[in-house]
Ligand binder design. Structure first.
Ligand code: GLN
Length: 472
């Protein structure tokens, strides 16, 4: 039987696996065939795991036992910064080229228990720094919708894997927009959960106070199912939220806020603003009231991000010293081992952030930059919390511009950094946000609608998302 991968969802796959229309091995083989055919060109996967068929057999046993869940046997792509015991995780960096994980990350452990099949690890911007996957040490990933364009980043590999039908769903990580912006660029749904909802244990850190793992899928429901499977307390992550402290869903006001003055920020494509207005009309058709909200501080989110994030990067990446992990340059003096290993192992963008972060944290500048940024972060959080007293959600476009061509922004870091203008506030405030496809332009390139909800209210994103998706 030929499986229609293009239209497959988790629920459809589960039904077919339960009825015996196809087996997990057949499903996984269908994906492996697509990867064989398309990955040379797209470069979504850096490695297909050698034990995929063994994992499939294990999932089949779970079906035979009668203990299968919705996620059992579902083929999924991992981002190259997620530890899966015995497998390489390189964060798409030369410094971790041959680094093999010695334990499972929290999310891998949870999904393993359900018999998920991990197909392989996928490309990303080096250590998740970037918006185009061009900073990877292992080549560009192409956008499957138009191979002359970037897939977005930093989770370009996972999103391209799903968009080329090389995985049913995937996991990415998002520090400033790295799930939602690539989802918008490749026409998929991407969710960044509440900070603390999903375990960060065993995820190669970038900016620890901002990082969250989240799902990619073709539909809101697929993203919801995968999120539910990883939405759990983990004692190994000190910022993980206990289950009893998680908020229970409550009825919606059916009111959505638009921060008008933030949208008129220069640099947002006209087509994107037009598509956004159309999305607002669709939400009105779906029965939501659209109101203006005033958020004068969120425009500072990007500036705050580029203080806090590099500071945390410089501290997190200090562990790659040529001694503990990965690449080690053979030198006479210890100091040279440190500097040469880091010099050879890190790419340009990573070095830029380490330098920036080290400067920000240095004596005399710590108060002026880091502490000030943390204060503004708290104010932005308060401003958003207040706005959510009036509205269920706040919407903007996901990206200020369309998927761009390779090389267009790589040598202009500021213009690359602007990619996350609309996505970064959710990381700063620790709140959940989702990107949902909202149509295509004349060239067939996708638009994305970005929705933010209050702390721990992913349910609101799924409700509004499904209502919106029906009208697209
Ligand atoms: N593009 C942003 C950056 O380069 C965000 C990356 C991310 O979310 N990992 O920092």
């Amino acid at each position: 039987m030929k499986i229609d991968l293009k239209n497959l969802t988790i629920e459809k796959a589960h039904e077919s696996l339960t009825k015996g229309d196809f087996t997990v091995t057949e499903l996984v083989t269908a994906y492996l065939d697509v990867i064989k055919e398309k990955n040379k060109e797209i470069n979504a996967y850096l490695e297909v795991y050698g034990d995929v068929l063994i994992q499939a057999k294990h999932a089949e046993e779970i079906f035979q036992n009668g203990t299968a869940t919705l996620m059992t046997g579902i083929p999924i792509a991992l981002k190259d910064n997620m530890l899966f015991e015995g497998h390489i995780a390189s964060a798409s960096s030369k410094i971790l080229e041959n680094y093999k994980a010695t334990y499972d990350s929290g999310i891998v452990k949870q999904l393993k228990n359900e018999g998920v099949v991990f197909l392989g690890r996928t490309n990303m911007d080096e250590f998740a720094m970037g918006s185009s996957t061009e900073t990877s040490a292992y080549g560009n990933t192409k956008n499957p919708l138009d191979i002359t364009r970037v897939p977005g980043g930093s989770s370009g590999g996972p999103v391209a894997a799903v968009a080329m039908d090389g995985a049913l769903v995937a996991l990415g990580s998002d520090t400033g927009g790295s799930i939602r912006q690539p989802a918008a660029f490749c026409g998929l749904v991407g969710l960044k959960p509440t900070y603390g909802a999903v375990s960060r244990f065993g995820i190669i850190s970038m900016g620890s106070s901002l990082d969250q793992v989240g799902p990619f899928g073709k539909t809101v429901r697929d993203a919801e199912i995968l999120f539910n499977a990883i939405n759990a307390f983990d004692k190994n992550d000190s910022t993980s939220i206990k289950m009893e402290d998680r908020i229970k869903p409550s009825p919606l006001k059916k009111k959505i806020g638009v921060p008008r003055s933030f949208l008129s920020t220069d640099g947002t494509d006209r087509d994107i603003l037009k598509n956004f207005e159309e999305s607002c009309k669709k939400l009105e058709e779906a029965g939501y009231e659209i109101v203006d909200v005033s958020l004068p501080l969120i425009k500072y989110s990007l500036a705050v991000y580029y203080i806090i994030c590099p500071a945390e990067v410089s501290s997190n990446l200090a562990r790659y010293d040529g001694i503990k992990y990965g690449l080690s340059s053979e030198e006479q003096k210890l100091y040279d081992v440190y500097t040469k290993s880091r010099g050879k192992g890190f790419g340009k963008e990573v070095r830029r952030r380490v330098l920036l972060g080290t400067f920000i944290l240095s004596h005399g500048y710590f108060d002026a930059y880091y502490n000030k940024a943390v204060k503004v972060k708290e104010e932005i959080k308060k401003e958003l919390t207040k706005a959510f007293e009036e509205v269920d959600a706040i919407i903007t476009p996901t990206s200020p511009f369309m998927p761009f061509k390779f090389g267009e922004k790589l040598n202009n870091p500021i213009s690359m950094y602007l990619s996350d203008l609309f996505t970064v506030p959710a990381n700063i405030a620790g709140i959940p946000a989702i990107s949902i496809p909202s149509g295509k332009n004349e060239e067939g390139l996708p638009f994305g609608l970005h929705i933010m909800a209050p702390f721990l209210r992913e349910d609101i994103l799924f409700t509004i998302g499904k209502d919106f998706e029906r009208l697209i």
